[in-house]
Design a protein around this ligand. Structure first.
Ligand SMILES: NC(=O)c1ccc[n+]([C@@H]2O[C@H](COP(=O)([O-])OP(=O)(O)OC[C@H]3O[C@@H](n4cnc5c(N)ncnc54)[C@H](OP(=O)(O)O)[C@@H]3O)[C@@H](O)[C@H]2O)c1
Length: 212
């Protein structure tokens, strides 16, 4: 029997690989997309294959997303730093960050939606950050805060639109710094993605705020 497919856009050694491991353990095959998959080759293995794609290039991203995924995880991010804060942030840097942090997520969702609509089910899970909730905690990261706020709104609006069709859009908002062996261990965070995916139709949550 073929295993269901989980596509992770923005695959890397932290949250991306941990979510991949969790979905493989749950019976999925995983395709991970990153700009430089060779850099992450050691993280591939049984159930996990890697492909090249740049989430900033929405046409090529859409082409690289495999059809028929039951789960899409959008984990890519781009963070231009500006000191002391947004007054020093180049508008072009904010635009380039938003292309990955928000627009790529929309393009990816639209790439998988036809298959999910045909199947009458599917999960679109976006990786959020605590800056969406508290944007002033780290002013040099203002661009990422704007992006994560936008991503959270995208998750909530997709959720409201798609839940009646049996498709579960939502976000795991990671409210802390990811580090192995801490309360924000990637494997613990990955469990939140699995829990969100596992919500039954009719009881979909739009968000899990992961506080460690
Ligand atoms: N780390 C934290 O403390 C923290 C805290 C809160 C929230 N988060 C969120 O958690 C998510 C994962 O963070 P992480 O640090 O654990 O990273 P990760 O999952 O280890 O790796 C993310 C991967 O995304 C890929 N990527 C970046 N830009 C991309 C693009 N334009 N197109 C395709 N792939 C791209 C990178 O690989 P390539 O360079 O090969 O493309 C990178 O390996 C992010 O959304 C982040 O905002 C992280």
């Amino acid at each position: 029997m073929t295993r269901p497919l989980c596509t992770i856009i923005g695959f890397g050694p932290g949250v991306g690989a941990a979510v991949a491991r969790r979905f493989v353990a749950g019976g999925f095959d995983v395709v991970g997309l990153a700009r430089d998959p060779a850099r992450h080759a050691a993280l591939a293995g049984p159930g996990i294959t890697l492909r090249a794609a740049d989430a900033a290039d929405h046409a090529s991203l859409t082409a690289a997303v495999p059809p028929g995924a039951e789960v899409l995880v959008y984990n890519a991010y781009r963070a231009s730093m500006a000191t002391p804060g947004p007054s020093a942030l180049a508008p072009a840097d904010l635009a380039a960050d938003l292309a990955v942090n928000v627009v790529g997520a929309l393009a990816a969702a639209q790439a998988v939606l036809p298959g999910m609509r045909a199947a009458g089910r599917g999960s679109i899970l976006l990786t959020g950050g605590g800056l969406a909730l508290s944007p002033t905690g780290w002013l040099p990261a203002a661009s990422l805060a704007v992006g994560k706020a936008g991503l959270r709104s995208l998750a909530q609006t997709l959720h409201a639109e798609l839940a009646p069709a049996g498709i579960h859009a939502g976000t795991v908002t990671i409210a802390g710094a990811v580090a192995p062996g801490t309360a924000f261990d990637p494997d613990r965070i990955a469990e939140a993605f699995w829990d969100l995916h596992a919500d039954p139709a009719g009881a979909f949550r739009a968000e899990i705020i992961f506080k460690g």
